[in-house]
Design a protein around this ligand. Structure first.
Ligand code: FAD
Ligand code: DLZ
Ligand code: SF4
Length: 512
């Protein structure tokens, strides 16, 4: 009698609680590429290629470490198509008395696995996901009784608890947050380091051929696949980030440049989320760079805030509020996701560039996701389910625990202010300030109305007018509603007409 440990595609770490709980000599590990997980949404081709290749490499690593692994490839003749069916087969094949799996990152799969005991007639043990620094109970205790769940206060608790950038109980440099030093526009002719690139090995080539064949209908390009697919490679990505990009990460964190998808960002989300890197080692490396004078505080604090703050916070937030959170729609948004999100032609250069890069790389950096693609989704009142599905599909780092709070809470304000104190809504002026997209746009960012006007300009005011009944009560929106009050009525009515005409074009699938 032995145990069967199921390792999911985003649980690729030898330190996983489930793997740690088994006996190498007696027990078995199961990993399976299954239709159920690869198609419950139509993931970007590069996301599937990355996950399958990283899974296959990790199986080899397990094997080299003395574990007994059953690995089911997507095109194996005996592939049963779902995790449960694969587990059933493995239980029949080996004399299994218990199944163990670490808590999955998505509510739907956790609920599914909770039913398995009845199906299998043996115990199914779900161990905690020990890759996060804040246990679910820690978030729960922090959140309970609060009306608003602000990341900033959670982050301070985490800084103290885990002793990052702390000196004698006080934050290093005297401030908790250097966000105001993370907003510079990038000057021309910046010498941005290229991203870390790896040659594809036989495993990755085989997976790419498989994805081409089996997922041809899915969105996204497969060309120039250069991601790390092993822990060893992911460590090189981290090392190169710390050396070459971290020094300017803080300064240009919010900047966007046409043709520069990678900027000074770390590109480690794919690897942390699948277990190839730990959040601690990423932050330790950054803190060490500060201690040795290699990187300034605004960069290092900014990077640590994203991981110890935002990443841990959204994960706690997700499990604290699911399943109800997914149903929220405070602004009653219902417009269908326009085809331009799938690459249909658009005159709006900022959207065009961000979608193009997303299609090419299964990656866009934070401010592109938030202030271009997200801002448009908010202002246009796009349906939250469709927007969530799009984000879950297109980014190689997307799993619902991290995608949903960012999309529903941060960009769409579906929770009415639980995550963000006000909607991240902005006109074209913000995009023009933080990027060079407007230079090559058919619209004019300076014009507020008329067919040359940047749609973000009139959509912004139209959004505020449409939601005045609820947003007008928000104290953080007071100033902007005062500006609206003082605006010339004819101008306001022109903006509303322009917005209406724009929405009509969207509905008719016309190019906007
Ligand atoms: P960097 O900018 O270098 O940041 C460092 C790390 O901080 C990231 O690797 C990530 O682990 C963490 N981080 C930064 N911001 C966030 C955040 N808001 N939430 C959680 N972690 C964060 N991140 C995902 O990992 N998966 C997603 O599906 C995802 N969807 C998003 C959707 C929207 C609408 C928005 C606004 C943000 C989303 N993010 C998501 C957060 C963020 O955009 C990505 O983590 C980041 O762009 C990944 O690139 P990077 O590794 O170069 O990050
Ligand atoms: C994302 C993904 C994909 C595309 N394919 C698989 C797979 O075939 N087998 C697997 O075990 N996991 C896969 N994953 C990751 C899971 O979807 C992920 O574990 C859950 O969404 C929970 O985060
Ligand atoms: Fe985007 Fe408007 Fe600038 Fe065009 S003018 S790139 S639509 S912000």
């Amino acid at each position: 009698m032995s145990k069967l440990c199921l390792v999911l595609g985003d649980q690729l770490s030898l330190d996983m609680s489930s793997i740690q709980s088994i006996d190498k000599q007696k027990d078995r590990i199961l990993m399976a590429e299954v239709k159920q997980e690869a198609t419950y949404v139509k993931h970007h081709k590069k996301k599937i290629a990355f996950i399958f290749s990283a899974m296959r490499h990790f199986a080899q690593q397990l094997d080299a470490n003395g574990y007994q692994v059953d690995y089911i490839k997507y095109d194996d003749a005996e592939n049963a198509g779902s995790l449960l069916e694969q587990v059933k087969k493995a239980c029949r094949q080996h004399d299994i008395s218990e199944v163990t799996v670490a808590q999955p990152g998505e509510y739907r799969l956790l609920e599914d696995i909770k039913q398995w005991e009845e199906e299998l007639n043996i115990p199914v043990k779900i161990t905690p996901d020990n890759r996060f620094m804040a246990e679910q109970s820690f978030f729960h205790d922090w959140a309970e009784g609060r009306k608003q769940l602000r990341m900033e206060y959670f982050y301070r608790e985490m800084r103290k608890k885990h002793n990052y950038l702390m000196e004698s109980g006080q934050p290093t440099g005297g401030k908790w947050n250097y966000d105001n030093q993370n907003r510079e526009k990038a000057p021309k002719n910046l010498d941005i380091p290229s991203p870390t690139v790896f040659e594809r090995d036989d495993i990755t080539n085989e997976v790419i051929a498989l994805v081409k064949d089996s997922f041809s209908e899915h969105f996204g390009d497969l060309d120039d696949f250069h991601y790390a697919v092993t822990r060893k490679q992911a460590l090189v990505v981290l090392e190169e980030f710390i050396e070459h990009r971290l020094p300017k990460f803080g300064q240009y964190q919010d900047a966007m440049i046409e043709g520069e998808p990678w900027m000074y960002h770390s590109h480690v989300s794919f690897y942390i989320n699948t277990g190839l890197l730990s959040p601690q080692e990423c932050m330790d490396a950054a803190e060490q760079a500060y201690a040795s004078g290699q990187a300034p505080l605004n960069s290092v604090e900014g990077f640590i805030r994203q991981i110890l703050g935002w990443r841990e916070y959204v994960r706690g937030f997700y499990w604290y509020l699911m399943p109800d959170y997914k149903e929220k729609n405070y602004l009653s948004a219902s417009r269908a996701l326009p085809d331009l999100y799938w690459g249909a032609e658009t005159k709006m250069n900022c959207l065009k560039q961000c979608v193009k890069e997303t299609k090419e790389n299964a990656y866009a950096h934070h401010i592109q996701r938030l202030m271009v693609l997200g801002n448009f989704a908010l202002l246009a009142g796009l349906d939250p389910d469709q927007v969530n599905e799009w984000y879950l599909i297109v980014y190689a780092d997307a799993y619902e625990w991290v995608e949903l709070p960012n999309v529903s809470g941060m960009i769409l304000f579906t929770d009415g202010g639980l995550l963000a104190s006000k909607p991240y809504a902005a006109s074209g002026a913000y995009i023009n300030k933080m990027s060079d997209y407007c230079r090559n746009c058919e619209y004019s960012v300076k014009e507020k109305t008329g067919h040359q006007a940047c749609p973000f300009n009139y959509l912004y005011w139209d959004f505020l007018i449409r939601h005045q009944d609820v947003l007008g009560k928000n104290p953080r929106m007071g100033m902007i509603y005062n500006t609206l009050k003082k605006m010339d009525e004819t101008k306001v009515s022109h903006m509303q007409q322009d917005a209406e005409a724009f929405f009509e074009k969207l509905a008719n699938n016309e190019k906007v």
